[in-house]
Design a protein around this ligand. Structure first.
Ligand SMILES: [Zn+2]
Ligand SMILES: [Zn+2]
Ligand SMILES: [Zn+2]
Ligand SMILES: [Zn+2]
Length: 539
């Protein structure tokens, strides 16, 4: 976790980015009418800029809450949640100064590919800070009383006796209140059960006039089930501090042009793509956060490249010697090659010399070989990628456009040859179909399946097959011819693909259709559609 050693002066490599850029440019233009060593660095003025940046890490508590019934304290007992939040903030300040916590944070930062420079916002739980608190509170349901007053008996624990209407006496069960009852001799006489009063003590309440309340078992109150009749809740707070870190560069201290270059290269990429030399300084804890300061040495050079006596000024940035701006110097250099392509498109005159002339340039060789297999759009995209800045968009497009027309012109004769061969083969296919039993067989299959009207589709499929064969013949013959005409270097990569069939491909539609129709007319067994057509003709 030691901070980086910071040299007093930027290392020598910072002042060599001009050379690096010249090498880079040399490799780009090499083989395009130039050799790599023809690109020289004529002059350079290199400044190494210091870009300050820092990760600011704050610790923020995260709480996981849970509840227990009753008074069951866990961890540190606190008055309320606000007190825990307040205490956690205080603890965060303590922990930010703790060596262990700083080590954990710095280790996390060290895992970043840029060692923290340009790091995305991160959130890191700090297990060592985990702490449990609790707040014991009155039960909100019973207000801490653990029980509710019994509503049935109004807290008295007793209810009035319904049998005697709370009078304590009930009608005599022998004389039914009359005072006189039937005697054993059959006559009526005074009731001995109630002494002729007609009333006895209430058997339900034994004269007490009231009964025990069933709802509260005579206690006058009902226990609170929310708090297990304790009157309390214990709130548990599981608190862990999380380190929240984010990186920022200090733009206020940077000149505008350095900011622009930095944004073009990407702040994070300064570290991950090694455009800049990054130094991490000693972390500084404050009461509110941990500051992890950095600074980067970013070299910028304004240079002049010299190519065959001509001078091209350019801007170069970063330790990789990235060229940020230069004139499209390749335009003029490859111009003769584009001219040769243009002349090739005009006719076969001096084709061999023109091909040689065009193929002197690597970018044109690439376009010629690429177009044999890929779309113009793809080839253009690849060229733009491989020749950033040094080739203008206009010239990149011209290379693709004229390579395409030159290829078409070069392969025109072979394509015509291919068309002739293809047409002959196509006619042979149609003949083999109509002049043998094949057509009748296909016709029968459709008839047997009750779909004679589809017989024509079978015939059409034969024409389509013959057309595809002719179209392939054009491409194959053209590919063979181009292979002979173009230098080996153009066709060196063994990718699969065939050149375009061009105008001849469209012509093949007609040259295969004609023999197909003619042979159908002269077929051994004329197709139904031919018979129908013949009937329409005037006799
Ligand atoms: Zn309660
Ligand atoms: Zn009660
Ligand atoms: Zn009685
Ligand atoms: Zn009673």
């Amino acid at each position: 976790m030691e901070p980086d050693f910071v040299p007093e002066q930027p290392a020598e490599i910072h002042f060599q980015i001009g050379e690096k850029a010249a090498d880079r440019l040399g490799r780009i233009v090499d083989g395009n009418g130039l050799k790599a060593e023809q690109v020289r660095l004529a002059r350079h003025e290199t400044l190494v800029h210091q870009i300050p940046g820092a990760i600011r890490v704050a610790l923020k508590p995260e709480m996981v809450k849970s509840q227990l019934k009753g008074k069951r304290p866990h961890g540190q007992v606190m008055a309320n949640e606000a007190a825990i939040v307040g205490l956690s903030a205080g603890i965060a300040a303590e922990f930010i100064a703790s060596h262990d916590v700083q080590v954990e944070i710095m280790q996390h930062i060290a895992t970043d590919p840029g060692r923290g420079w340009g790091m995305k916002h991160f959130k890191l739980p700090l297990a060592v800070t985990r702490k449990e608190y609790c707040v014991v509170d009155e039960c909100t349901k019973c207000g801490g009383l653990a029980a509710f007053a019994c509503a049935t008996c109004s807290k008295t624990g007793a209810v009035p006796c319904g049998n005697c209407n709370s009078g304590g006496m009930a009608a005599c069960p022998v004389c039914f209140g009359a005072g006189q009852a039937e005697m054993p001799d059959g006559n009526r006489g005074p009731c001995t059960r109630c002494n002729t009063t007609g009333k006895v003590v209430c058997p339900t309440c034994q004269g007490a006039c009231q009964l025990r309340c069933n709802k509260c078992a005579g206690k006058g109150s009902v226990s609170c089930t929310e708090c297990d009749a304790s009157g309390f809740w214990t709130h548990i707070y599981d608190v862990t501090l999380h380190a929240h870190g984010s990186f920022e560069v200090d733009r206020q201290q940077m000149p505008q042009d350095v900011q622009q270059v930095m944004d073009k290269l990407g702040v994070r990429q300064l570290a991950t793509e090694e455009h800049a030399e990054i130094f991490r300084l000693m972390q500084e804890p404050t009461t509110a956060y941990l500051l992890v300061p950095y600074f980067a040495f970013l070299p910028l050079a304004s240079v002049e490249f010299s190519i065959e006596g001509k001078v091209f000024p350019a801007g170069v940035a970063g330790l990789t010697g990235r060229i940020m701006g230069v004139d499209p110097l390749l335009d003029n250099i490859i111009k003769p090659g584009i001219n040769a392509l243009f002349k090739l498109s005009k006719g076969p005159l001096a084709a061999e010399a023109l091909v040689d002339q065009a193929c002197k340039y690597r970018v044109i060789r690439y376009a010629l070989s690429g177009l044999a297999k890929h779309s113009k759009r793809y080839v253009y995209g690849q060229i733009i990628k491989e020749y950033p800045l040094v080739l203008s968009d206009k010239y990149a497009k011209a290379v693709v456009k004229y390579a395409d027309v030159a290829l078409l012109a070069l392969s025109k004769g072979p394509r015509t040859k291919g068309l002739i061969v293809g047409t002959v083969v196509a006619a042979a296919i149609s003949a083999a179909y109509f002049m043998t039993a094949a057509h009748a067989m296909v016709d029968n299959i459709f008839k047997q399946n009750g779909k004679p009207q589809f017989s024509v589709a079978g015939d059409a499929a034969i024409w389509l097959l013959s057309y595809v064969v002719a179209w392939l013949a054009i491409k194959i013959v053209a590919a063979g011819a181009l292979k002979r005409m173009l230098p080996e270097s153009v066709l060196s990569n063994e990718e699969k693909g065939l050149p375009a069939a061009g105008q001849q491909g469209k012509l093949a539609l007609l040259t295969t259709l004609v023999p197909w129709v003619a042979l159908a007319f002269f077929a051994v067994q004329k197709p139904g559609w031919v018979e129908a057509a013949l009937k329409l003709l005037p006799h």
